[in-house]
Each structure stands twice: as structure tokens, then as C-alpha cells.
Ligand binder design. Structure first.
Ligand SMILES: C[S@@+](CC[C@H](N)C(=O)[O-])C[C@H]1O[C@@H](n2cnc3c(N)ncnc32)[C@H](O)[C@@H]1O
Length: 224
């Protein structure tokens, strides 16, 4: 399954380091996936949308103006950039950008029509816990959207991914996280699975929020 980023402090530490150069390295390269996922979200007027792990807000200007976007992230430094972007581009559909752990959200059940996570599943320490939270805060009958890199089916590429996986903590993501494992563990009801970005190396999932997963509660960890 790959090495784990053991706790949120490790994630915060890595993304504090990434924040100043994040857009330079991961802006253009990941943008086709962001565009594709927002197109497939088919945003309707007045919908409430939650983006978890919003990072520096590279997706924010892609949403139409008639929706309400809430973004959360656990890195202050990444979030500061998202806030600056919202101000700079006057993105009034972005109603809130909050420091919050997606594995323990402070939103009530059924708060959002659609919930999206772009390139976060293999970063967060407990992907199944985050997914369970995404389902909880999403209305029944709503939809969940995920874009992420999962372990490659090609054995040669998979070998390289396995080789570099001990560096997960340093890199800030797990390069060899298995899609089958993720779907089995979360019980996600996948309606669509689409390869995106260069060589289709990343996968977009559109899921129906029609059942609830039960994940044991972890002790709460305060955000530093
Ligand atoms: C690879 S970046 C992706 C950022 C953005 N979604 C994008 O498309 O560029 C991963 C982001 O997820 C955030 N993150 C990871 N685990 C998280 C969690 N449990 N709760 C909130 N944010 C999290 C990190 O701080 C980082 O900003």
C-alpha cells in the first residue's frame, strides 16, 4: 500500500516547504485534471461545493460564478496563497477558505451538494477517514469527486513507484497507493473513472454519495 505520511504535522511540514514554489512545479502539470474534474462536476446555480485540500487555490478561478465554494486545507502557508488568489481575482463565489483537517471536519452532516478532493488522497495520513468525512458532509444523493495518482498497472512503472515510496514523507505524497485498495477500504460507489493529465497517469473518480462508511474515531489532533 506504500509508506504512510504518519500524521498531519508531517503533512503541514512538507507543505510549508512546498508553498512558495508549489504553483511553479504543480500548477500547469496538474491543471488538465483540475479542469476536467470541474467540468464533470456540472455545477448548478446555487450549489454548495466543498473542496478539501484546496492548497494554493489553483482550481478556484475554474468554478462558475453561480456556486458557493468553501475550501479547506491544513497548511496555513498554502491557504494564505489561496486567500491572496481569491482577493487578486475577486473570486466572490469562494465564500470561505478555512484551516481545517479534512479527516475531522467541523461541518454539519449533509452541508454540501458536491465535495471534491484534488491530489489529496495520497497525501492525507488516513485516506479512508477523509473519504468518510467527505461522505458525511455531502448530502445523500450528492456527489464526490476525486482526482489522484494511484499505483500504476504497468509493472515497470510500479517498480519505480515502489522504489521511491520510502521517500513519501519527504515528497509529501505516496507514489504507490493502490486504487483497488482505496475503493475496497472506502466502499466508494464509483460512477465514472477517467484517466487524466500526462499519459493518463492520474485518475479522476466521480462517485455517488448513496451510503455511509463507518470509520473508528481517532483522537482529535489540534492544528498547529
Ligand atoms: C498536492 S496538494 C494539492 C493542492 C490542490 N488541491 C491542487 O490541486 O493543487 C495537497 C494539499 O492537501 C492538503 N492536505 C493534505 N491532507 C489534508 C487534510 N487531512 N486536511 C486538509 N488538507 C490536507 C495539503 O496541505 C496540500 O495543500
Amino acid at each position: 500500500m506504500g509508506s504512510m505520511l504518519v500524521d498531519i504535522n508531517a503533512v503541514q511540514k512538507v507543505y510549508r516547504r512546498y508553498a512558495p514554489a508549489y504553483d511553479f512545479y504543480f500548477g500547469v502539470m496538474f491543471q488538465p485534471g483540475r479542469e476536467e474534474i470541474i467540468a464533470r462536476m456540472d455545477c448548478r446555480p446555487g450549489e454548495r461545493i466543498l473542496e478539501v485540500g484546496v492548497g494554493t487555490g489553483l482550481s478556484l478561478s475554474l468554478y462558475p460564478p453561480h456556486v458557493e465554494i468553501t475550501g479547506i486545507d491544513l497548511s496555513r502557508e498554502m491557504l494564505a496563497r489561496a486567500r491572496a488568489r481569491r482577493r487578486r481575482h475577486q473570486l466572490n463565489q469562494v465564500v470561505a477558505l478555512r484551516l481545517m483537517n479534512a479527516e475531522q471536519m467541523q461541518f454539519a452532516d449533509n452541508s454540501f451538494d458536491k465535495v471534491v478532493a484534488m491530489y489529496v488522497v495520497s497525501v492525507t495520513p488516513h485516506p479512508s477517514r477523509m473519504t468518510a468525512e467527505m461522505r458525511r458532509v455531502c448530502k445523500p444523493g450528492g456527489q464526490l469527486f476525486i482526482v489522484n495518482h494511484f499505483q500504476n498497472p504497468n509493472s515497470l512503472v510500479r517498480g519505480v513507484e515502489r522504489l521511491v515510496s520510502p521517500l513519501s514523507r519527504l515528497m509529501g505524497f505516496r507514489p504507490d497507493y493502490s486504487l483497488d485498495h482505496f475503493i475496497n477500504e472506502t466502499g466508494l460507489d464509483v460512477a465514472e473513472r477517467v484517466p487524466v493529465n500526462a499519459w493518463g497517469y492520474w485518475t479522476l473518480l466521480r462517485c455517488r454519495n448513496n451510503k455511509f462508511a463507518t470509520v473508528d474515531a481517532l483522537p482529535r489532533q489540534a492544528l498547529a
